[in-house]
Design a protein around this ligand. Structure first.
Ligand code: HEC
Length: 228
């Protein structure tokens, strides 16, 4: 998409927002502010990654932290690059639990906030901070079954990317079980710095493979230019 089409697309969205807001409320109320309009969107869709100790390069918890990134935020959300969400918006299944993607209206709100001069707004409008599980806790709650690697993998300090196939011991299950959800995480201290991707399969007793999930810290090395 060229800069020119992007700019006119965003203007169109802005106008639509101003008209519909103006129809229902005073002009004063139509002002988009961080505390009232933008912070709730960031809490729901950005902060799981954009906070200290998580995977994204900067924190978006507060106004002070977010404002310097306004221009880049505008661009990334208008182009639907952030939050990362690769589901086609008009084909196939659309309803996902914890879908972080933004509605057209939320994108218009963020764009209007930036174009309107990144107003802070009334501090009293700020929603209470979102509470997160610690980054190295299970994000989906305590699992019924933990499958660990047979032994720790030692990664050379300087080496190219390394893809390994690791099989765990057969599971010690006494009955058939349904898999409702799977979460993967590096578990040793500091391992989150070297585990870039992990693709997990289930292997049945007759050797059929079923893909379960992919863990990916796709951005961890990018900000300092060390990777990709
Ligand atoms: C699943 C994790 C995740 C979520 C959710 C997420 N981001 Fe990101 N974001 C990243 C990572 C990782 C990077 C760095 C790599 C990249 O740019 O792809 C990044 C980069 C960015 C950048 C570019 C920073 C720069 O260097 O210019 C912006 C802006 C941004 N995110 C804004 C947002 C906003 C706004 C939201 C919510 C609407 C959001 N992100 C949601 C993980 C996430």
């Amino acid at each position: 998409m060229t800069t020119r089409t992007l700019a006119s697309f965003c203007t169109g969205v802005l106008l639509a927002l101003a008209t519909s807001a103006g129809a229902q409320t005073d002009v004063g109320d139509a002002e988009v502010t961080f505390t009232k309009d933008v912070a709730p969107i960031f809490q729901r869709s950005c902060q799981s990654c954009h906070r200290v100790g998580s995977i994204a390069p900067m924190s978006l918890l507060t106004y002070e932290e977010s404002r310097p990134w306004a221009r880049s935020i505008r661009q990334k959300v208008a182009q639907r690059e952030m939050p990362p969400w690769y589901i086609e918006r008009n084909i196939g299944i659309q309803k996902f639990v914890d879908d972080p993607s933004l509605t057209d209206e939320e994108i218009a709100t963020i764009v209007a906030w930036v174009d309107g001069g990144t107003r802070r707004g009334n501090p009293a409008d700020m929603p209470p901070p979102r509470v997160f599980a610690e980054f190295d806790d299970w994000q989906m709650g305590e699992p019924d079954l933990v499958v660990a690697l047979p032994e720790p993998i030692v990664v050379p300090a300087e080496a190219p990317d390394w893809w390994l196939n690791i099989e765990t011991e057969p599971l010690d299950l006494t009955e058939d079980r349904y898999i409702r959800a799977v979460e993967s995480r590096p578990s040793l201290p500091g391992a989150d710095k070297v585990v870039h991707h992990a693709v997990t399969y289930m292997v049945s007793p007759d050797d059929e493979r079923g893909f379960l999930n992919e863990y990916a810290v796709f951005g961890q090395c990018i900000p300092n230019g060390a990777d990709e």
